[in-house]
Design a protein around this ligand. Structure first.
Ligand code: LLP
Length: 463
């Protein structure tokens, strides 16, 4: 179908449901740099391009929906984190945000380490050549098989998440004749200001060992006694999509407090602390994320100050950003299907994907932006809800946004900042075929994760 201008469609610019949060932007054709990958731009003919390639061409070659990832932007962000933290700290990219072999190679080349949290992520990392000693292995319920594979591979650290796991990892390591470097993940009791499902440092939840009631101290006691373990540090991850540094401040204060208690009780100064990931990104123009150098400066200052106060040597810091590296580097390209104006409410714009390629809106009430990218339009703004093609009324991709009122079937629209937790949380609901991830760089596009096919689905169905 033609992607050029279309005859005027439904016009709802003047109809805003009561309580709608935002007014339409002054210029619907404008791309806010905050939410788009760094090489995204609108070409003189009005089509949006990434890495020097127009989205119309990408849609023709790779189909829609598709995740387009800007490799240059990814590498720049990875490098910015690496540089900001410098040689005395380690940056572990959190693979759960999005992992593929190409991404592992980019990270390796840019000098980052990798945090994995399952046997599958570990296998991907190792198969793409990430040195095992630069991998951290996470998870609240690692299987004995996963533990054994990780130890055999020689992962740099396993992050212990429970009392059972302390014993389990020690046992497996010993039976393999190894001493495994480990950290203990603690919950410091911070209420992070983010969605309940992605906050992880309050005590009433499944991750980590609570600092409260001396449980973390007891975990340290046990770990220090076991021959199969080399306890190198304490880990804290307070949550995700966080803008406010005060949660990290409290976490660092409490982690250093524990290091001091350990020194006082055991005469041991643990050499490392990990403050996790969780730094927020801009999904809409209303978000104001921090730059990696500001974050590094803030965290370094907090930790040095706390250690000085406790008369401890400053430990080596590590962090685990996932979303902050990959999130802004990709967008999802959709083709507009049916358009349904609901008088006095809003216009429902259906796309050829939905909650199977982006579950975040349904799951966390996440906010996204959207733009018409196959052309410009001077039509009035129309309040829309971008929805998918699934059998579910909660199948919403973008809850509230404005698109031009002449939007028509066949237009291409794009949702920015979908690099993190979209492909990695994608599903086959309704037997949807998960979209490809296409990496674009300096005028070249290549598939790094291919689109699923019906054969892929049927291959698993062996009944
Ligand atoms: N380290 C640990 C131990 C984690 O559990 C996580 C995320 C990270 C690092 C990376 O966090 P990031 O920098 O990406 O915020 N699916 C949710 C996010 C879940 C995060 C789980 N853990 C979402 O879509 O918002």
């Amino acid at each position: 179908m033609s992607r050029s201008a279309h005859p005027a469609g439904p016009r709802h610019a003047d109809v805003l449901p009561e309580g709608h949060p935002s007014a339409p932007p002054a210029d619907l054709n404008h791309l806010d740099r905050k939410v788009w990958a760094s090489t995204v731009t609108r070409t003189p003919d009005g089509v949006v391009s990434v890495g020097g390639i127009e989205v119309t061409r990408l849609a023709e070659e790779f189909g829609t929906p598709a995740y387009l990832i800007d490799e240059v932007d990814f590498r720049e962000r990875a490098r910015a984190w690496r540089t900001a933290f410098g040689a005395d700290a380690d940056v572990f990219y959190a693979g759960k945000a999005f992992l593929s072999r190409a991404v592992v190679r980019w990270l390796h080349e840019e000098g980052l380490n990798l945090d994995v949290c399952s046997g599958g992520e570990l296998a991907t990392a190792l198969s793409a050549g990430m040195p095992a000693d630069r991998i951290a292995f996470h998870g609240n319920n690692k299987s004995v098989d996963e533990i054994e594979t990780a130890i055999r591979a020689g992962v740099g650290r396993i992050v212990l998440d429970s009392f059972q796991e302390i014993v389990r990892v020690a046992h497996v390591a010993q039976s393999l004749g190894k001493r495994q470097r480990v950290q203990i993940r603690i919950t410091v009791g911070v209420e992070a200001h983010t969605h309940e499902f992605i906050a992880t440092a309050h005590e009433d939840q499944k991750f980590g060992i609570p600092l409260a009631g001396g449980q973390a101290a007891e975990a340290v006691r046990r770990a220090l006694q076991l021959d199969g373990l080399e306890l190198i540090g304490i880990h804290s991850h307070i949550g995700s999509q966080i803008f406010d540094m005060s949660g990290f401040e409290v976490a660092a204060h409490r982690v250093v407090g524990l290091l001091k208690d350990i020194r006082d009780e055991h005469g041991v100064e643990l050499p490392e602390i990990d403050l996790g990931g969780g730094l927020g990104i801009a999904y809409t123009s209303a978000d104001d994320p921090r730059e990696p150098h500001e974050i590094a400066k803030a965290l370094n200052e907090i930790v040095s100050r706390e250690c000085e106060g406790a008369k401890l040597r400053t430990p080596r810091i590590s962090v685990e950003p996932g979303r902050a590296i990959v999130g802004p580097t990709a967008f999802t390209l959709y083709e507009v299907g049916t358009i349904k104006p609901l008088e006095g409410l809003r216009t429902y714009v259906s796309v050829d994907g939905g909650m199977s390629d982006n579950i975040r809106t349904a799951l966390y009430d996440a906010e996204y932006s959207v733009a018409l990218v196959s052309r410009t339009s001077e039509a009035a703004p129309m309040l829309v809800r971008v929805v998918g093609k699934h059998c579910e009324s909660g199948d919403i991709v973008v809850k509230d946004a404005f698109l031009p009122a002449d939007l028509a079937p066949g237009d291409l629209i794009a949702v920015p900042a979908t690099g993190a937790y979209c492909r990695s949380m994608a599903s086959n609901y309704n037997h949807a075929l998960r979209p490809p991830v296409v990496a674009v760089r300096e005028g070249e596009a290549r598939v790094i994760v291919r689109r699923e096919t019906e054969e892929d689905l049927l291959r698993l169905d062996v009944g």
